[in-house]
Write a protein that binds this ligand. Structure first.
Ligand SMILES: [Zn+2]
Length: 108
């Protein structure tokens, strides 16, 4: 993923509107690219931080952003597991139908 791509995804990331693939690439890029991390920090501050301060709440930018990124990573891992699980389930269903079919044939 290029910086230009990552930059375009920042608003979507903040809206939690990325699919698994984009999210994985985005998190990976931001982790290794200080410029994009900084851009994300700024946009995060503008979007979330300002609102929070207006509401009179305290706001620890670094802490909140780290939390957001960790949370996104957790959600991503969970979703990946879910996908794997559904593949596994699909495989089990296919395997069972194969066995059923096999039994139906030999028991006839
Ligand atoms: Zn970058």
């Amino acid at each position: 993923m290029t910086c230009k791509d990552a930059d375009k995804l920042i608003p979507l990331f903040l809206e939690d509107d990325l699919d698994n693939r984009d999210l994985a690439q985005f998190l990976d890029h931001v982790e290794h690219c200080p410029e994009c991390k900084e851009e994300l920090t700024i946009q995060f501050l503008v979007r979330v931080g300002m609102q929070r301060l207006e509401d009179g709440n305290t706001f620890n930018l670094k802490y909140e952003l780290d939390n957001l990124l960790k949370d996104a990573q957790r959600r991503l891992n969970f979703r990946k597991k879910l996908v794997l699980f559904s593949y596994g389930l699909e495989f089990a269903v296919v395997a069972m139908s194969a066995v059923t079919l096999f039994l139906a044939i030999i028991l006839r």
